[in-house]
Design a protein around this ligand. Sequence first.
Ligand SMILES: Cc1ncc(COP(=O)(O)O)c(C=O)c1O
Length: 454
Amino acid sequence: MATATTAAPPVTADYSDYVNPQWERLLNLLQMNVRYIRCQGTELHTESGDVILDFLSGYCVHNIGHNHPAIIQALHDELDRRGPAMLQSHIPDLAGTLAHRLCTLAGGKLRKVFFACSGSEGVETAIKFSRKFTGRTPLLHAKGAFHGLTCGALSLMDDKFWRDKFGPLLPDVAAVPFGDILSLRQELSTGKYAAFFVEPLQSEAGIQIPHQEYLAEAAKICRKHGTLLVIDEVQTGMYRTGTFLASHQLNVEADMVIVAKALSGGLVPVSAVLMTDPIYASVFDSLKRSIVHTSTFSENGLAMRTGLATLDVLEQEQLGPRALAMGRRLRTRLREALSGYEMVKDVRGMGMLSGIEFQAPSSLKLRIPFTAFQHIHEGMFGQVIVMRLFRDWRVLTQICGNNFMVLKVAPPLVVTEDQLDHFVEAITAVVDLMHSSTSFWSEALGLARRIVNV
Ligand SMILES: Cc1ncc(COP(=O)(O)O)c(C=O)c1O
């Protein structure tokens, strides 16, 4: 075990005073408030000399690793050329080149791109475009989804934690259980929906992978009832699951696909909504409406340049096939190591996006502390695992946003075999401690109480 140095948390008074004091307090309690001075590949170097392994990737932003030299070079090149970054009155040629490449990689009937600055903004775009194209208002989504926290995107999520006290959100929105074709067919047969929004695999819901035919079947039903199929690949795209889009492994062609996060190498905000020609044309349908939907930073030079450089890296370093092979190996090793523990329910995933699902214990010895935990806060159990991995093993992870019993495992696609082995050793040790040590639970309960009382 390699315990991270427990230095005093960095002094960040301005952040606390002027940004988010609650976030700082939470990180302090979890003993995860360290100052990073250099991040490279999978490694996060701290001021006190520790090296933390990143198994979170900023929620699937850092697919090519932190600060990839090719992206830094691309940024330098773009700045050095002193080109028209955001004139709002010219043709940004790099946007054309990037759009062409994205459409070629996505394949099928996706032939146009709208660029935006975040996943949520991509979802907002898809909401507007699907309404304009179909002339319908209602929207359908899958339960447990995570589509972003702007008001439109949030309307497509049912989790109370995110929605509470921010309403009223969009009206005319309904949800069906993820993976349930019968419910989808029934709902879409009303013929009233503009679009069905769905993730190919639900990441924040706990790495939920639908059965192989689900999305292809969903596409057929959507087509029959004139509803657009919008696939949110914000987390799963850019080779995270082994192929450019996770949809490529699920035999489905969408009407719109949203990618973001990893698209620009983790350094410049960007997202892209890929769609068919007719959908795009329905929005920009006259000269007068040629900029009827736009965004100030859309198509900006730095984002477009880094987007192109990121695709180069992903292709040259063959990170998709690598994610497939190494992700499979990781899950095999995790299953071998964790299979004997009663609180481990499942290990699953696609490519380099995996989840370890925990469950309530059946033995009395573990049930008592676990139940006490659940009474304090249902999210705390997972947070203690995250804290232990960080503090005792120098591995950064997070639990899923909509399913606190699943630990997400998503390192950069450049992660090495040795780093994956370190993670397996780390999580096995933490799980073993949880099953064998009373001090694990007493420390955890103390922490949980402190956090809830903050
Ligand atoms: C699947 C999915 N869609 C959309 C979003 C929203 O993206 P952003 O945070 O860039 O707005 C996220 C963010 O985590 C996501 O995971």
